[in-house]
Design a protein around this ligand. Structure first.
Ligand SMILES: C[S@@+](CC[C@H](N)C(=O)[O-])C[C@H]1O[C@@H](n2cnc3c(N)ncnc32)[C@H](O)[C@@H]1O
Length: 236
């Protein structure tokens, strides 16, 4: 088995070879997307923004699955919403949810500047409430793709709601499911840097999420080592 150690230079190399999303936008829109990355650096919690290569990866996944309707849990300043929206057809819908008004205000500006505002429907509010409203408005089985990237403790609850919302063959992407490697060491069996048997509540919740969905026969699961880890779940 070959493994490439995660280093700063590897991250830069990956970012430099992740152009799918930029290519999908007009030149001015791609510049705006880069400006969004810079503006987000001024925000507390700027590290929450997905990486450039993750954006490119999600763009391609949305394209490959032929998604038309997508939902995002955790918009923040909008980068991942734009990445997915760019892959949707012109009559597509990207619903993105966040409770942070300030972050959403930034996101809305960049939805316009990247030419995606006609496809993106931002919803200011709590994830669970908004997902339940979406289910009532659109019905179960009505969405093609869900990106789970909000708070980590209720991830299994979010998974259940997204599963209802998705059609058969739909794709759930759950972010941060490696949690900087901390999930690996449940029993302290792994060597450093993963050997400190981390038991903080987010780590425990994500570990439980991973262990649960991987044995759930309603989905096909694979956990990929992209950015902070993405659990990919295809609804059967
Ligand atoms: C990791 S960030 C999302 C990053 C975003 N996907 C991006 O690429 O820039 C998580 C976001 O989820 C929001 N959030 C966390 N818990 C939430 C909840 N229960 N309801 C609504 N929003 C929530 C936070 O306000 C934060 O903006």
């Amino acid at each position: 088995m070959k493994l490439v150690p995660a280093t700063e230079s590897l991250a830069l190399y990956l970012a430099n070879h992740a152009t799918a999303l930029d290519q999908a936008l007009l030149p001015g829109e791609a510049i705006a997307l880069e400006e969004l990355r810079h503006e987000t650096l001024t925000f507390t919690g700027s590290e929450m923004q997905i990486s450039k290569e993750q954006g490119s990866f999600m763009y391609l996944l949305a394209k490959l699955t032929g998604a038309r309707k997508a939902v995002e849990l955790g918009c923040f300043t909008g980068y991942s919403a734009i990445a997915v929206a760019a892959a949707l057809p012109s009559n597509g819908l990207m619903v993105t949810i966040d409770k942070d008004q300030d972050a959403m205000a930034v996101a809305r500006r960049y939805f316009v500047r990247t030419g995606q505002s006609n496809k993106i429907s931002p919803r200011l509010g709590n994830v669970t409430d908004e997902l339940e409203k979406l289910l009532a408005e659109h019905g179960s089985g009505s969405f093609d793709l869900a990106f789970i990237d909000a708070d980590k403790i209720p991830m299994l609850e979010y998974f259940e709601l997204c599963l209802k919302l998705l059609r058969s063959g739909g794709l759930i992407l759950a972010d941060n499911t490696l949690w900087n490697g901390a999930v690996v060491n449940a029993h302290g069996e792994s060597p450093a840097p993963y050997g400190n048997n981390n038991q903080d509540k987010n780590t425990v919740a994500i570990r439980h999420f991973n262990d649960t969905v991987v044995t759930d026969r309603r989905v096909e699961a694979t956990l990929v080592n992209v950015a902070d880890g993405i659990m990919m779940l295809r609804k059967l």
